[in-house]
Design a protein around this ligand. Structure first.
Ligand code: PHE
Length: 392
């Protein structure tokens, strides 16, 4: 009896040492897993200036987590989602990244939406060897932060180029004005790529105005733009700025024969109500279409509507896809090990998401088509899809 007890204690001690060793051996990688759970991080902004970006993304991601856990988890482990609000602040994104990497010790982190916030978080994850996958940061420099940093959306060289192609070829515009947020990486990057392509096509950039973060009054920029008589105005900004800019542009008498055009940053349920009709007939780029008749997309739309009582935005769709991408990478890796999951992410091919079928390329990026939507009444109407090869 006594002997058996000692043996049992010894066996338990051995088992603990074995687990301890395994974790230690994994330190550079880190497992992010317990016996029954796998810890995944999500960091997006659900409060502050760009709160709808994070709200939608979180909804999409949580739907995916719920589905996966209901179906048995990832390789038998339930997802333990560690969520942090980045409050629309780059500094907060950095803090939260440190928490996810060093306190929660997640296997993989998913986020951010805004490129400026991803740029603040990426170096922290890179240093700690934690794979980070952004669902929707489009600035090219995001994934250049290191070999652990990935994204599953298109990039702003393509997005800016596609907007220029659309303005020049589809709308027949020749004189573009730009108004950009000089303090935001997404805005300045997108502005530069639009500018480059529009000029290369033969168009003219008649004005390129900048404003500081937090600006609410754009009278001087708009006066300068108006004097140059553009036939289109490119606004590479987030939805709150676009709502104010558009009202002031129309308010200063630039008529609706001069449409406004922008990127994915316009997408928010707040855009149309807050712009008070000023964006009617204007256009912006977007990541997916809920009208896509494919079974996969329709099942997602149905599940999302049932849970949240509203149609999923492209942010919600990307939030949903990013969780399934991470699941697939863990399964492909075959182990709960950061370095192995990183390699599996890098090798991901022909992933069938609700935002399209895509692969991860040698720069840890995805290349996908963009849909141009038109603001009409209280709706966003898809008018044109542009493929990566159309912008070469
Ligand atoms: N692409 C934007 C950025 O990088 C974020 C965004 C994605 C906003 C999708 C809306 C929709 O900053």
């Amino acid at each position: 009896m006594r002997k058996a007890l000692i043996l049992a204690i010894a066996a338990t001690a051995l088992a603990f040492t074995a687990i301890g060793c395994k974790d230690k051996g994994n330190e550079a990688g880190g497992s992010g897993a317990t016996e029954d759970t796998v810890k995944l991080g999500l960091f997006v902004s659900t409060t502050g200036e760009i709160a709808t970006f994070g709200g939608d993304t979180k909804n999409g991601a949580e739907l995916a987590v719920e589905e996966i856990n209901k179906a048995g988890g990832i390789k038998g482990k339930t997802i333990d989602l560690r969520f942090y609000d980045t409050a629309s602040k780059a500094e907060e994104a950095g803090n939260v990244a440190t928490k996810l990497a060093t306190q929660d010790k997640v296997l993989v982190a998913m986020g951010a939406v805004a490129s400026g916030l991803s740029l603040a978080a990426a170096p922290v994850f890179e240093q700690n060897g934690v794979p980070m996958v952004s669902p929707s940061s489009t600035n090219p420099t995001v994934t250049q932060q290191g070999k652990n940093i990935f994204r599953i959306c298109f990039l702003d060289d393509f997005q800016g180029g596609a907007c220029a192609v659309f303005a020049y070829k589809e709308l027949g515009k020749r004189k573009a004005a730009i108004i950009r947020n000089q303090d935001d990486a997404y805005s300045t990057g997108l502005a530069d790529y639009f500018r480059l392509k529009f000029k290369a096509l033969g168009g003219e950039i008649v004005a390129d105005e900048s404003y500081k973060k937090g600006t609410k009054e754009f009278a001087s920029q708009i006066t300068n733009v108006k004097a140059k008589e553009p036939d289109i105005i490119f606004l590479p900004c987030y939805y709150n700025d676009v709502a104010l800019l558009s009202q002031q542009i129309r308010g200063q008498g630039i008529g609706d024969d001069v449409p406004m055009l922008g990127g994915d940053g316009w997408e928010s349920a707040n855009l149309i109500p807050n712009s008070k009709g000023a964006l009617e007939g204007s256009y912006f780029g977007n990541h997916y279409s809920p009208e896509d008749p494919s079974e996969h997309v329709q099942a997602f739309v149905k599940g999302y509507k049932a849970k949240y009582n509203t149609a999923p935005s492209s942010l919600a769709a990307l939030g949903y896809d990013v969780v399934y991408v991470v699941k697939k990478a863990i399964e492909d890796a075959g182990e709960f090990d950061r370095a192995k999951v990183r390699d599996a992410l890098a090798a991901l091919k022909d992933f069938k998401g609700v935002t399209g079928t895509f692969s991860i390329d040698e720069n840890r990026d995805a290349r996908k088509p963009i849909s141009i939507l038109k603001v009409q009444g209280d709706k966003f109407l898809p008018v044109k899809q542009i493929q990566p090869q159309d912008v070469k």
